[in-house]
Design a protein around this ligand. Structure first.
Ligand SMILES: NC(=O)c1ccc[n+]([C@@H]2O[C@H](COP(=O)([O-])OP(=O)(O)OC[C@H]3O[C@@H](n4cnc5c(N)ncnc54)[C@H](OP(=O)(O)O)[C@@H]3O)[C@@H](O)[C@H]2O)c1
Length: 247
């Protein structure tokens, strides 16, 4: 029955999906599971900053505006009038800087990737999808922006100063959370859902081998949560199991 539930969810997720940072880690697994589903999206744009490798097709360096604009044109020409249904802003960088080792350049460069990223450029394609989908309400199958966040960025949880305080990473993810919250309010009228998702502590290059969660497990959960999102859960911060987190 668990298998059947997954199949149904995958069937309705979205007609077109774009994932940033999809050459490894959580982004790669998102693309792998989407493509392997019995009814995959018609279009999966697996973007990464160095697409000359065997897996990448569309180049998106999220700190390079011309690269993002080039991707928007490529995606638009593939999708024609349909627009993009689901944008998953997954690309991210970590930084373990402490209060003493921190320098402003590092802070800004982590913000450039984790907060600014693809904030604006894909909005016209999402609006097009929202208008043309012939659907009411909010959902990932109509139009959505999903920002991959972390509970380390939650001010409400305030997990304390860890062994590695990660000032740039945690501050940037708190800022990304505020962007998600503002976007959700601003884009609601346009029919675009926005939410932040914490993938858990996952075994990837960033999460390290110490992490308890396998990437397959985290991503299966994320995709299940995405399929369940609606008007009521737009503007929320959820983990990979669908639990609500404080901002
Ligand atoms: N793993 C965890 O435990 C964990 C926990 C909470 C949240 N997250 C979040 O989950 C997301 C994915 O993390 P991950 O664990 O999969 O990390 P990862 O294995 O380190 O992968 C990071 C991905 O982001 C890409 N990236 C970084 N800067 C980029 C840029 N300027 N343009 C385009 N792509 C860029 C990387 O591409 P390159 O190969 O080109 O560097 C790579 O594909 C991140 O947003 C992270 O903050 C992860």
């Amino acid at each position: 029955r668990g298998e059947l539930r997954c199949i149904c969810i995958m069937a309705v997720l979205a007609r077109s999906v774009l994932v940033t940072g999809s050459n490894r880690g959580i982004g790669l697994e998102l693309v792998r599971q989407l493509a392997a589903s019995p009814w995959p999206p018609h279009h999966i744009f697996a973007t990464c900053r160095h697409p000359e490798g065997p897996r990448g097709k569309v180049s998106v360096d999220t700190v390079n505006v011309p690269s993002i604009q080039g991707a928007v044109r490529a995606v638009d020409s593939h999708l024609k009038d349909q627009g993009l249904n689901l944008l998953i802003n997954n690309a991210g960088v970590s930084s373990h800087a402490t209060l003493h080792s921190l320098d402003s350049q590092e802070m800004l460069s982590v913000f450039a990737t984790n907060v600014v990223g693809t904030l604006q450029e894909f909005l016209p394609l999402l609006e097009k999808a929202a208008k043309g989908a012939g659907k009411e309400g909010l959902s990932c199958s109509r139009a959505a922006v999903i920002n991959v966040s972390t509970k380390l960025g939650s001010i409400g949880l305030c997990l304390g100063v860890l062994q590695a305080p990660m000032y740039p990473y945690r501050a940037s993810k708190a800022a990304q959370n505020m962007v998600t919250r503002c976007l959700a309010v601003e884009l609601q009228e346009k029919g675009i859902l926005c939410a932040a998702i914490h993938p858990g502590w996952v075994k990837t290059d960033m999460g390290t081998e110490e992490a308890p969660l396998m990437v397959e497990h985290s991503v299966r959960g994320i995709l299940t949560v995405l399929a369940s999102l609606s008007q009521d859960t737009s503007g929320t911060f959820l983990d990979w199991e669908g639990n609500s987190l404080p901002w």
